[in-house]
Design a protein around this ligand. Structure first.
Ligand SMILES: [Zn+2]
Ligand SMILES: [Zn+2]
Length: 446
């Protein structure tokens, strides 16, 4: 049996020998950003990259996206994910003609994914491990462009708004026992290599429509039912609820009014709002969501109108696997010779990701890794350290996979034993359905 360090060295060498190809893939994806569920070209690029390694590729795994599995059938399967989608960021100097731009750095995730595949496959280490690795180029992490996704759902081409949700629904995760993923973040000020564990909020999205009655605003406002006033009262109600949110639940209620009347001399008959309710746990999300619904209905009730609330579970909170993170950290320490001060041990965020959904079913690692200046999603986002952004996470995830699957996959099995799933796949899908409902409240008869 070849010892583990020799396997790791072979893998690292393979990645180093292919660094130009890894950079080229990152640059190509960066120059051709595609929004979620539009990633046809990026999927094709990843397919070509995997096929170049002799892998069999499964295509269009979640409308777009592709995956390739390699290794042995005698043990656990480690999923390694890279996200395909860009953002729209028209202020960024590198955006394309449509304003699309990889300002969340997902192009680096794809470079990491490819680098990992190069390392594990080309080095020939996989036959010495007890299990398999599934390389997954996954679409649509950003929860944006919902009208387009609603259209795809109505056409029956899509079932969920997030790529990982769709992948799970289609059975892509059925043979995956754990997931590794790294994501760029600006670590420059902190002078660290990476933030280790991540806990993110989940969220519920609401599309709200207040329905009143139009009337001449001068002649006969008494005959109208003012939908804008309903929305304003609802907002006041939501603000009045904020003191009831506990700090540890990290509740955020974000609201915008997207429609509030057509002409100033007509009482607005319709007002529309978009709302996101974020929370650190499922219970906290559901509790805050119920309170917000109450405030929305109170707005309608005061004016004597109606309100339609389309609730939709967005993403679930992310609770990353401490056991997987510990193995990643060991590898960074061994490879870079660094100590505890090179890490932030826990990164708590009120942001959201659909990896959260997966983390309720199998153990998930989510590392925030350095290499950029500026901010995610912003016009100053920039990769300033190509080694840190594109190569290091590829190496560290490949090393982690070797640790997990070496010697009868004992460490992978320990990770699985320590994990207590919140949901089965079916339970998860039923939960989404149960809490993604249209609520209609009519106070006109009261
Ligand atoms: Zn993002
Ligand atoms: Zn991102």
């Amino acid at each position: 049996m070849i010892d583990k360090q020799t396997l790791k060295n072979l893998c690292l060498e393979a990645i180093d020998q292919n660094r130009e190809a890894i950079f080229a893939l990152a640059d190509d994806i960066y120059r051709h950003p595609e929004m979620g569920f539009h990633e046809f070209r990026s999927t094709e690029k990843m397919k070509e990259a995997f096929e170049g390694l002799g892998l069999t590729v499964e295509n269009n795994i979640a409308y777009t996206g592709c995956s390739a599995k390699a290794g042995q059938n005698n043990g656990p399967v480690v999923g390694i994910m890279g996200e395909l989608d860009s953002l729209n960021c028209p202020d960024h100097p590198d955006c394309d003609v449509n304003g699309n731009m990889h300002s969340c750095g997902h192009h680096a995730q794809l470079a990491n994914l490819y680098g990992c595949a190069v390392g594990l496959v080309q080095s020939g280490v996989l036959p010495h491990l007890d299990g398999a690795v599934k390389f997954i180029a996954i679409p649509a992490e950003e929860y944006v462009d919902t009208d387009y996704r609603t259209g795809l759902i109505e056409e029956g081409k899509l079932h969920y708004y997030g790529g990982k949700q769709e992948y799970l629904y289609r059975g892509g995760m059925d043979d995956v026992d754990m997931v590794l993923q790294a994501h760029l973040i600006n670590t420059q000020d902190k002078n660290i290599v990476c933030c280790l564990d991540t806990d993110c909020d989940g969220f519920i999205g609401k599309s709200v429509r207040f329905i009143g009655r139009a009337a001449h605003a001068g002649f006969a406002p008494s005959e109208g039912i003012n939908a804008l006033n309903m929305a304003q009262l609802a907002l006041n109600g939501i603000h009045a609820l904020r003191e009831t949110f506990r700090d540890e639940d990290k509740i955020r209620v974000s609201t915008i009014i997207t429609k509030c009347g057509e002409m100033v001399n007509t009482v607005p008959a319709e007002a529309e709002m978009q709302i996101m309710v974020r929370g650190a746990t499922i219970d906290a999300m559901l509790d805050a969501s119920k309170k917000v619904d109450r405030a929305l209905k109170a707005g309608a009730l005061a004016i004597g109108g109606k309100v339609e609330i389309q609730n939709r579970i967005g993403y679930l909170p992310l609770h990353s696997s401490r056991e997987l993170t510990a193995i990643y950290k060991e590898n960074v320490e061994a490879y870079l010779g660094c100590t505890d001060d090179a890490f932030i041990s826990q990164y708590v965020s009120a942001g959201s990701t659909d990896l959260g959904d997966i983390s309720h079913i199998v153990p998930c690692m989510h590392i925030w890794t350095g290499g950029i200046s500026g901010a995610l999603h912003a016009s100053d986002f920039k990769v300033v350290d190509r080694e840190a952004s594109f190569i290091l996470p590829a190496k560290m995830m490949a090393m982690t996979a070797i640790d997990l699957l070496f010697d009868k996959a004992s460490r992978a099995k320990a990770v699985m034993d320590a994990f207590h799933p919140v949901f089965t796949k079916d339970g998860y899908l039923a939960f989404l359905q149960e809490h993604s409902k249209l609520d209609f409240f009519d106070s006109s008869a009261l």
